[in-house]
Design a protein around this ligand. Structure first.
Ligand code: KG4
Ligand code: ZN
Length: 343
């Protein structure tokens, strides 16, 4: 059995996990600062980094404890090293490097977006390749053709906002606080998705581009007047309806283009990852679409879709098997190496 300690700290969440053989999650400990950022309307990098520094030692101890193990049994340490906020990345990177150096363990530096793709392996013995996957998060909304574990070809994606960013901005328009995705998801359950007529940009174009900027602006004008500056005058049901309408538009685009991608690539398996893949409307819709098109849908558990350390350990396991150990001069990179490796 190979045990990897994974550490994730690229944005506002910080987490540690122990994963066996690249897919069995033995433990996961996470500290979120989302509530602290509600008052700021978004992530404040310096505050995030300070929170990570304070939380990391306890999270690592908790993850080892929950897994019923200690550092003597760990085979390697994996850490998300790009892309992300530099201060945040440095916290996890420094912690992982210190443990690796102190214990003489291999250090595995992994790509956060590629790790969202690797999450499909968690709690699953076999993953049928080739497959087409969507990563929809706060910073990415892209489609990949994955021919084998770790082999991802970028097919297309958003030309402006990421889906998660659009959810967060829509929530700000509706005064629902940060992060917006979960709040919209909760309220959409009680709203009418046909209440507002919102655009599905590029949905009927025969390509894999997504665009959410127009949708975000359409919502703003619909609820806050033609200049987008009027006070919000919706009652509770009106807000629920706006959430349901907005969510339905995003879901139509993500699901529609994912099915298009699967057909274009001739694959019979689709998968999703990233925080937006927690969205209940999207999960329901993808299940229906997969059944209708005879596709197998791989839907990781919500806690493995949002930022987590188990996916970092899962990808780290693959790096370890491939002998891809971080060189001594390695440093984290905020803009990312190149996203998932392209062929
Ligand atoms: O993958 P993730 O945790 O972090 C990044 O890598 O960005 O994704 C965070 C994004 C946020 O924009 C958040 O609003 C969105 O995922 N999100 C959701 C839901 N849960 C998180 N969006 C829609 N519905 C949800 N239930
Ligand atoms: Zn993420």
């Amino acid at each position: 059995m190979t045990l990897i300690l994974g550490i994730e700290s690229s944005c506002d969440e910080v987490a540690a996990a122990v994963v066996a053989d690249g897919h069995r999650v033995l433990s996961h400990a996470l500290a979120s600062q989302a509530e602290d950022f509600a008052q700021w309307g978004g992530v404040v990098p310096e505050i995030a980094a300070r929170g990570h520094v304070a939380a990391l030692p306890g999270l690592v101890a908790e993850a080892l404890d929950q897994a019923g193990t200690d550092l003597t049994a760990i085979d390697a340490v994996a850490v998300a090293a790009w892309p992300g906020l530099l201060g945040s990345l440095l916290c996890g990177f420094t912690c992982a490097s210190m443990i690796a150096v102190r214990r003489g363990l291999p250090l595995l530096t992994v790509d956060h977006v590629e790790a969202h793709l690797a999450a499909v392996h968690l709690e699953r013995d076999q993953v049928p390749y080739p497959l087409v996957a969507l990563v929809a998060s706060g910073g990415h909304s892209h489609f990949y053709r994955c021919s084998a574990p770790g082999e991802a070809e970028l097919l297309g994606g958003t030309i402006d906002d990421a889906a998660g960013e659009a959810f967060d901005k829509a929530a700000a328009t509706l005064e629902l606080g940060y992060p917006g995705g979960p709040a919209i998801d909760r309220r959409a359950e009680h709203g009418d998705p046909r209440a507002l007529d919102l655009p599905r940009s590029l949905l009927h174009h025969d390509d894999l581009r997504l665009s959410f900027a127009g949708l975000k602006t359409a919502l703003l004008y619909a609820v806050r007047g033609p200049r987008g500056r009027d006070p919000l005058r919706l009652d509770e049901q009106g807000i629920n309806d706006a959430c349901a309408s907005f969510q339905a538009a995003v879901v139509d685009c993500l699901a529609g283009k994912l099915i298009r991608a699967a057909r274009a690539c001739g694959v019979s398996t689709i998968a999703v990852g990233g925080g937006v893949a927690c969205n209940r409307g999207l999960r329901r819709r993808l299940s229906e679409d997969a059944t209708a098109h005879g596709l197998t849908l791989l839907l990781p558990r919500p806690e493995h879709c949002a930022d987590n350390a188990a996916m970092i350990a899962a990808l780290g396991h693959r790096h370890l098997r491939a002998g891809r150990i971080a060189p001594p001069h390695c440093t984290p990179l905020p803009t990312g190496a190149a996203g998932p490796r392209r062929r």
